[in-house]
Write a protein that binds this ligand. Structure first.
Ligand code: DX5
Ligand code: ZN
Length: 355
């Protein structure tokens, strides 16, 4: 007799996040006497990353913690750590913050010391470099540093304290425009919105295509369920993104994978290597179709990339692709003469990615 069917155990793989907005929990309003617990709790409740507000009592009228605290917290969570340095002299401490294990470091554009060396140091360490700006600072202040930026952090309150009211006009003026400043990042640049984000404001922020919503006081309200608050903020941001049209258009295409070209393997690999060099991730897969029985070196391969990077890829590689397509036709017409083996390219390291 056949044994009764066993029910499959639940998958141990956590549910995939399918939306686009991410929530960074700021611990500024947590119990600073028990930061390790606060961070673990934020992780358990579903935060996507941790936002660490470092203040020096000089750039802003408040003091928090420094690199040693960040280093200690690094051991308590696997989430990415975003350091937001509201300090006048980040260059003095930058090595310490990098050594502490921050995944991104954002400094302020209003400081009175040179900004570029610090941004370069962050990138040289393979971390994401960011610039933040006070509500009164125009976005154009970031222009000189544009090509060195992975992150733009738009402040929608005056820096220094949690729990202040969200400045909608500032968000409207800067958040979507910040995306344009990151256009050199063909993939992976992030706009963060910091200050006053909660369930009332998240939808609006999402409609402006913010990638990361920083939430502080909203998730630490006593008696409220933190996990639910995080999920609400994320879902509302995605809702805003999907339905809040800007001048009748989506801010950027929803991400999905598109086929950029279908080519023989030797061409597909060469194209993949070239596109990945500029920072756009590319996958190549065996294409379906009539030739599925053919050997790998003769059949067609699909070159896939994210829809959000498609127009950038077309602009830079469209002509090359078309040339390869023509070459492939000639190669097939000639009876597919052998081509030298082309190894799969190794993706560039973050600091090798050219803009
Ligand atoms: C303010 C900080 C913010 C703050 C946000 O200077 O940069 O990160 O913690 O807190 P809420 O969400 O309460 O505005
Ligand atoms: Zn902050």
């Amino acid at each position: 007799m056949a044994s009764p069917r066993r029910r499959r155990p639940h998958s141990p793989v956590p549910e995939l996040q399918l939306g686009r907005a991410r929530v960074a929990v700021s611990i500024l309003d947590a119990d600073l006497g028990n930061l390790a617990y606060a961070i673990r709790r934020a992780e358990k409740e579903g935060a996507d990353r941790i936002h660490l507000d470092v203040m020096d009592g000089h750039f802003v009228p408040n003091l928090t913690f420094g690199a040693r605290t960040v280093k200690a917290l690094r051991k308590r969570t696997r989430l990415p750590l975003d350091a937001h340095l509201m300090i006048s002299e980040p260059s003095r401490y930058i090595d310490q913050f990098l050594d502490a294990g921050c995944d991104s470091v954002t400094i302020h554009v209003e400081i009175e010391e040179p900004i570029e060396p610090t941004l370069r140091a962050i990138r040289a360490a393979g971390r994401a470099a960011g610039l933040s700006l006070r509500p009164g600072t125009p976005l154009s202040a970031l222009e000189p540093y544009r090509l060195l930026l992975d992150v733009i952090m738009v402040m929608t309150v005056e820096p220094g304290f949690g729990g202040q009211a969200f400045m909608a006009d500032v968000a409207r003026a800067k958040v979507l425009a910040a995306r344009e400043l990151l256009r050199h990042k063909l993939h992976g640049g992030e706009v963060h919105v910091d200050g006053g984000v909660n369930r009332e404001t998240a939808e609006f922020v999402g409609a402006l295509a913010a990638d990361v919503l920083v939430a502080g006081s909203a998730v630490w309200i006593k008696g409220r369920n933190m996990g639910r608050e995080i999920r609400l903020i994320r879902a509302l941001a995605d809702e805003g993104y999907q339905f809040g049209l800007n001048d009748g258009q989506r801010p950027i295409p929803r991400d999905k994978v598109v086929t950029f070209a279908t080519l023989p393997r030797h061409h597909a690999r060469t194209l993949q290597g070239a596109i990945e060099k500029v920072g756009i991730p590319v996958l190549i897969f065996r294409a379906g179709g009539l030739d599925i029985e053919l050997p790998d070196e003769i059949r067609d391969w699909d070159v896939l990339l994210p829809a959000s990077s498609e127009s950038a890829a077309l602009e830079r590689f469209g002509a090359r692709r078309d040339e390869m397509l023509r070459d492939a036709v000639a190669w097939r017409a000639a009876g597919t003469p052998p081509v030298a083996y082309v190894a799969a390219p190794i993706p560039p390291r973050p600091d090798e990615v050219v803009s």
